[in-house]
Write a new protein. Structure first.
Length: 256
């Protein structure tokens, strides 16, 4: 009988320990354990969101850079096409009697300067001669996106190539860094001109076909270099300063 009582007592004690262990498990984590867990979770979540924010900022920066590059490239390619078609069709392609005052004849380069090119040519390859003006605009009270570069074209009218009617519409590339070599400028002229041997043709004061000297200067131009510098309209999300995109392309004149 004592052995039975001992077994019974031991069994009862074990059952009591099991019930006590279950009650402990049912009580869950202590307040300190919960706070430590919450702190660790907060740290991990903060690190994840910081990384995601950095990725988003870099992605936004690259998208802005890509957009600026594409905008500059498209505009520069259009200028190169214009230069390529300047002077076509020329007076030599017609019977004697037609000159640069005819709407059928393209005078080629009409006026040039470090910030402007005025030319005539069949730039649309449609059989119509257009007067095309490409110029830097430092400011415009009606356009907050300037400094900008504008391109306009209008079908040529009979008369002086330097006195063609204004174009009703224009396209432009915005947020241009001011061209030139002075403080706050891009470091290069918008347009630079070269002769057939690659020597610079000086046009700092501008030249046009209204004078023999101007005609002589313009006739010596065979190549035009276009230097575009664009600034993003808002500061970059990574560096905190506006992004700058510099692009240079070259257009060659065909001697029609």
């Amino acid at each position: 009988m004592p052995a039975l009582n001992l077994n019974t007592a031991l069994k009862a004690r074990l059952q009591g320990q099991v019930r006590f262990s279950r009650r402990r498990r049912q009580h869950g984590f202590t307040l300190m354990e919960a706070l430590v867990g919450l702190f660790i979770l907060t740290l991990i979540t903060g690190a994840i969101f910081a990384q995601l924010n950095q990725v988003q900022r870099v992605s936004s920066s690259e998208a802005t850079k890509l957009d600026l590059t594409q905008q500059a490239r498209e505009f520069a390619d259009q200028i190169v096409r214009d230069i390529h078609m300047a002077g076509y069709p020329s007076a030599t392609m017609y019977a004697p009697g037609l000159d640069n005052s005819s709407p059928l004849v393209a005078a080629g380069l009409v006026r040039v300067s470090p910030t402007e090119i005025l030319l005539e040519g069949d730039v649309e390859t449609s059989g119509t001669v257009y007067s095309v003006d490409i110029q830097y605009v430092a400011q415009d009270p009606n356009d907050q996106s300037c400094p900008c570069i504008r391109r306009s074209e209008v079908p040529k009218a009979a008369g002086d190539p330097l006195a063609q009617p204004p174009a009703p519409r224009y396209t432009e590339v915005n947020n241009v860094m001011p061209p030139g070599t002075g403080p706050g400028q891009s470091g290069e002229d918008l347009f630079t001109f070269f002769d057939k041997n690659g020597n610079p043709v000086p046009v700092s004061a501008g030249a046009d076909i209204s004078t023999p000297a101007g005609q002589n200067t313009i006739s010596g131009i065979h190549t035009v270099k276009i230097n575009l510098d664009l600034l993003s309209p808002t500061p970059d999300s990574v560096t905190g300063v506006p992004q700058r995109i510099a692009l240079s392309v070259t257009g060659h004149l065909n001697q029609y």
